[in-house]
Design a protein around this ligand. Structure first.
Ligand SMILES: Nc1ncnc2c1ncn2[C@@H]1O[C@H](COP(=O)(O)OP(=O)(O)O)[C@@H](O)[C@H]1O
Ligand SMILES: [Mg+2]
Length: 436
């Protein structure tokens, strides 16, 4: 039984790298919390600080409401499993699992009993006498988990424990891990860079980017209502379509979202119209997942976009069409690497810089009318972060039936579910439209 409270924790390495930047997260008793983010975003550093293997530069960490920064790792009732776990090669499976109990002086017979229980819960009860070299990768991973949980820790920390396994086994073990931790009722913090893993396993997900917490919520919440453009782009496959739109209010009639050559129209009485109307004359980002888009007849009425297929991707159970609709896409650069920007003749173009040019105004002051959530210190400087967003001709991802009888160049009409649109401002923050 354990709760974790991470309070405003920062970790700056001696070389000046800020690995974790004022992160606060609460984990409830028995909860399965996933820390999600690309490589280098600070996930392992957070786990290692909780385990006591690293000290935060500032901030506090509480277990069960008690500050633990002055406690040695062994006094924290925490077990940790790493990606590169090592088993003792000369010991049997049973001895490996029982080793932590032996160290803490548990006698041979109760030890054997607990090892047996854990091993059968993990489905490795029949290989207790084998040596690690005689096991499959999945079995070895189970032994490592068994060794971690045999002491019945209050808190279970797992750092990408499945990333060295092949994909079939990974899927199988996902369900086993969540099943086991729920059965034991042990609070778990699980680190992964794999958004699908996070969405399938988590009670709640905390999403990090460059050490900064972006969003925390249940998979349904963070997927359905992402707090930032970054979270919107990171979760889901295919990725959310993110289109630049200029907003034009036709008072008492509708709000036009001009996407370049085409537009979508929010009726004036739409519950979201008021929030979006604040951006009259400005550009925002409109997000639409593939599930909001349905192919329709070319002359279908309603909210329809027309495009031509640029290319197709076949995934067996479905095919994806990528359409040229004459709109501009915003590409969120999650890794900090460069993206080639075809729209600007090969020049890298910042989203913020482009907006500034188009709207003819500099960065918004801190006292503007928009709400600041304070989640991301970078939100005040999106405009000066060259690595963050790029613009390029949109390739609208649309789901089709498997192997459709269409080919590149084919025209396609797409009906848009207006109630499933996402709206983000120039900083990449969700525009709160007061619904859901
Ligand atoms: N011991 C260390 N000394 C200096 N920098 C480190 C150390 N460990 C990690 N870092 C840096 O801290 C940042 C976060 O690393 P890490 O927490 O390992 O990320 P993740 O687990 O999300 O991939 C990275 O920039 C990494 O290079
Ligand atoms: Mg890591």
């Amino acid at each position: 039984m354990s709760t974790v409270a991470i309070k405003d924790v920062t970790k700056i390495w001696p070389d000046g790298t800020t690995a974790v930047d004022r992160v606060s997260v609460d984990v409830n008793d028995g909860e399965f919390m996933v820390l999600l983010g690309p490589s280098g975003c600070g996930k392992s550093t957070i786990l290692r600080m909780i385990a006591g293997l690293e000290d935060p530069t500032s901030g506090d960490i509480l277990l069960n409401g008690e500050p633990v920064l002055n406690l040695a790792p062994r006094d924290r009732s925490i077990a940790m499993v790493f990606q590169d776990f090592a088993l003792y090669p000369h010991m049997t499976v049973g001895e490996n699992i029982g080793f932590p109990l032996k160290l803490s002086g548990v006698d041979s017979s109760p030890r054997g009993e607990r090892v047996g229980d854990v091993a059968s819960a993990l489905g490795i009860g029949d290989v207790l006498a084998r040596k690690p070299a005689q096991l499959s990768g999945g079995q070895r991973q189970r032994v490592a988990m068994g060794r971690a949980i045999v002491r019945r820790p209050g808190l279970f920390l797992m750092d990408e424990p499945l990333s060295n396994l092949d994909s079939g086994l990974r899927a199988e073990l996902r369900a086993e891990i969540t099943g086991l931790t729920r059965e034991l009722g042990v609070t778990t913090m699980y680190v992964t860079h794999d958004q699908a893993e996070a969405l399938t396993m988590a009670d709640r997900v905390a999403i990090l980017r460059k050490g900064v917490l972006q969003d925390v919520g249940t998979p349904t919440e963070v997927y359905g209502r992402p707090a930032t453009l970054y979270v919107a782009a990171f979760l889901g496959a295919p990725r959310m379509n993110l289109l630049e739109a200029s907003v034009y209010v036709h008072l008492d009639r509708y709000i036009a979202l001009n996407l370049g050559e085409q537009a979508l129209y929010l009726p004036w009485d739409d519950i979201r119209a008021r929030a979006v109307a604040h951006y009259h004359g400005e550009r925002i980002v409109v997000g639409m997942r593939a599930e909001a888009l349905t192919p329709v007849a070319p002359d279908a009425p309603g909210d329809v976009l027309h495009g031509r297929i640029r290319y197709l991707e076949h995934h067996g159970h479905e095919s994806l069409a990528f359409l040229d609709i004459g709109a501009t896409a915003i590409v969120v650069d999650e890794m900090g690497g460069a993206v080639h920007d075809a729209a600007e003749g090969g020049a890298l173009r910042r989203f913020g810089g482009a907006l500034q040019r188009l709207t003819g105004r500099a960065e918004r002051g801190g006292t503007g009318t928009k709400v600041r959530h304070g989640r991301d210190p970078e939100r005040t400087s999106v405009l000066s972060d060259p690595g963050r967003h790029h613009r390029r001709p949109a390739e609208l991802a649309v789901r089709l039936a498997p192997y459709p009888a269409v080919s590149p160049g084919h025209p396609l009409a797409i009906s848009v579910r207006m109630d499933a649109l996402h709206f983000f401002d120039e900083r990449g923050d969700r525009i709160d439209v007061g619904w859901r």
